[in-house]
Design a binder for this molecule. Structure first.
Ligand code: G1P
Ligand code: ZN
Length: 543
């Protein structure tokens, strides 16, 4: 094998965020752009020689080319073996599963998650460590430092590897194993869930509509739901992964998964609706005539986990991101478990899971998961709900409403202001931060501020501290207003406003979440000057 050393100069801004390096496809297509970043990863990792790396992506535009480049660079950098999903495909949770199962050194996942794909869409690359989870800040910082100083990269001169056929190949000194992207993941699901009960559920006529949004979950959902569990063919819709996701935005929210929402609120709605995102780590769940907010989903799953074989032994603890509603806290309290509050981003759960301090984790952004892998897992959440429904023999709407009756209801909503001018959004946040001290004890129409701060987190396992994780204003009655800037957008700035109000009394609970939150929405606008400073009359997306 000939190894070529190619001279290069650093690119600005190759800083991996919470979800890796995410940019427009056109940015990744610039000569040396992907190569520089990949070389920075290889430079930053110690002990890569002869190690195994798992490589795969969500199949979006540029996936196939990028994988060939990465394979040739991995071979040139002394990697021992690459385990690649057939056709270069791996969902994010499956990649995490495979890294763990095979004891790999780490993995490279190519995805821009729920962002649009296609030639004008987004692309991304993320490094996961040996526990199967996203690299911690120390590693991403080291990668970023390398991107700023590298002067060359190494790449093997070799023909492309045939990734469409499973089996073993050799790329210079590196072995390449092309594997079934689904098999290891499916085996893990079969260990956790009562597949027999789920087969009986479908055999009894239970109807599910799973919208794979032309993204990576299609093959997984077909194999598991329609294959192993016998759900009727057609249960999985939009099941063919497409490089541009069929021109759709693979983000399972009420805007982009509108067809699913419409169906679930129609007269002939199936028993359950669900969808996942571009790389398969997110999920939404709906029952007939009801959308289960992700924060509620975490709480209901926690309260019912003992009904599912993989969790029958009880939970070690629960963890949720700070902006996620406190519905799960109430369940944890009832079960005598600790509930950890972490900054936004799945990577913060890794240490808690590794240390056995949490079993279930969730984020309000349609992310739910457990200690079975180190990523959030869309299809896992769907199977969790199916298993709970099968065990309880109740419709989803009844399970959720019963939960609110028992534990109280945390009304919750997120308002996104997308594509803002970066300077304006930053000024809004900075001005708000500067006023936090003066808010303590302030009263807004009967709601008094109990705490106003910029969330900081000290990891209970390694002691690392993450500051500036979002402004939170907590009121004496348990209500919260949270504002933070998105770290994953690729156009302008996205400001997220999170609103939460707790209503313990079932007799006072209404169905209309936005109406229940109206007073808080007004306070948030008042405090942050949202309308005036963003120049917007309202948010771009309400979820
Ligand atoms: C968003 C979500 C966050 C999630 C991340 C990666 O990040 O809010 O919960 O972990 O995507 O999927 P944000 O854009 O808010 O920084
Ligand atoms: Zn995702």
């Amino acid at each position: 094998m000939t190894i070529r050393t190619v001279e290069t100069t650093p690119f600005e801004g190759q800083k991996p965020g919470t979800s890796g390096l995410r940019k427009k496809v056109t940015v990744f297509q610039q000569p040396h752009y992907l190569e520089n970043f990949a070389q920075a990863v290889f430079n930053a990792l110690e002990g890569l020689a002869d190690a195994t790396l798992v490589i795969g992506g969500d199949g979006r535009f540029h996936n196939a080319e990028a994988i060939q480049t990465i394979l040739k660079m991995a071979a040139a950098n002394g990697v021992g073996k690459a385990v690649v999903g057939q056709s270069g495909l791996l969902s994010t949770p499956a990649a995490s599963c495979i890294i763990r199962k095979r004891g790999a050194f780490g993995g490279l996942i190519l995805s821009a998650s729920h962002n649009p794909g296609g030639p004008k869409g987004d692309f991304g690359i993320k490094y996961n460590i040996g526990n199967g989870g996203p690299a911690p800040e120390a590693v991403t910082d080291a990668i970023y430092a390398e991107t700023g100083r590298l002067t060359s990269y190494r790449i093997a001169e070799a023909p492309d590897i045939d990734l469409d056929s499973m089996g073993e190949a050799q790329l210079g000194g590196m072995a390449v194993e092309v594997i079934d992207p689904v098999a290891d993941y499916q085996a893990l699901m079969a260990e956790l869930f009562d597949f027999e009960a789920l087969r009986a559920l479908f055999a009894g006529g239970f109807r599910l509509r799973f919208d794979a949004m032309h993204a990576i979950t299609g093959p997984y959902a077909r194999a598991i739901l329609e294959g192993a569990l016998g759900a009727p063919e057609g249960t999985v819709v939009n099941g063919e992964p497409l490089p541009d996701f069929g021109g759709q935005h693979p983000d399972p929210n009420p805007v982009h998964a509108k067809a699913l929402f419409d169906e679930m609120f129609s007269a002939n709605a199936p028993d359950m609706g669900a969808a996942s995102d571009g790389d398969g780590d997110r999920n939404i769940v709906l029952g007939r005539g009801i959308y289960v907010a992700p924060s509620d989903s975490l709480a209901v799953i926690a309260a019912n986990a003992h009904l599912v074989p993989g969790y029958a032994g009880g939970l070690a603890g629960i963890a949720r991101s700070m902006p996620t509603s406190r519905a799960a806290d109430r369940v944890a309290e009832g079960l005598g478990l600790s509930c950890h509050e972490t900054p936004t981003g799945w990577k913060f759960f890794g240490n808690l899971l590794d240390a056995g301090k949490a079993t279930l984790c969730g984020e309000e952004s349609a992310g739910t998961g457990s200690n079975h892998v180190r990523e959030k897992d869309g299809l896992w959440a769907v199977l969790m709900w199916l298993n709970i429904v099968a065990a309880r023999g109740e419709p989803i709407a009844d399970i959720v409403r019963g939960h609110w009756q028992e534990h109280g209801r945390n009304y919750y909503s997120r308002h996104d202001y997308e594509g803002l001018e970066v300077a304006a959004a930053e000024a809004l946040m900075n001005d708000l931060r500067a006023r936090l001290d003066s808010l303590a004890g302030a009263n807004f129409g009967g709601l008094s501020v109990a705490l106003a701060d910029d969330f900081a987190y000290e990891d209970p396992v390694d002691g690392s501290v993450s500051k500036g994780q979002g402004v939170r204003i907590c009121f004496a009655d348990g209500s919260r207003i949270i504002l933070r800037m998105s770290g994953t957008g690729t156009e302008g700035a996205t400001l997220r406003l999170y609103l939460e109000r707790f209503e313990p009394d079932p007799a006072k609970q209404t169905q209309d979440t936005q109406a229940a939150l109206t007073p808080l929405i007004a306070i948030a606008d008042d405090l942050a000057g949202l309308k005036q400073r963003t120049g917007r009359q309202g948010p771009s997306v309400v979820s």
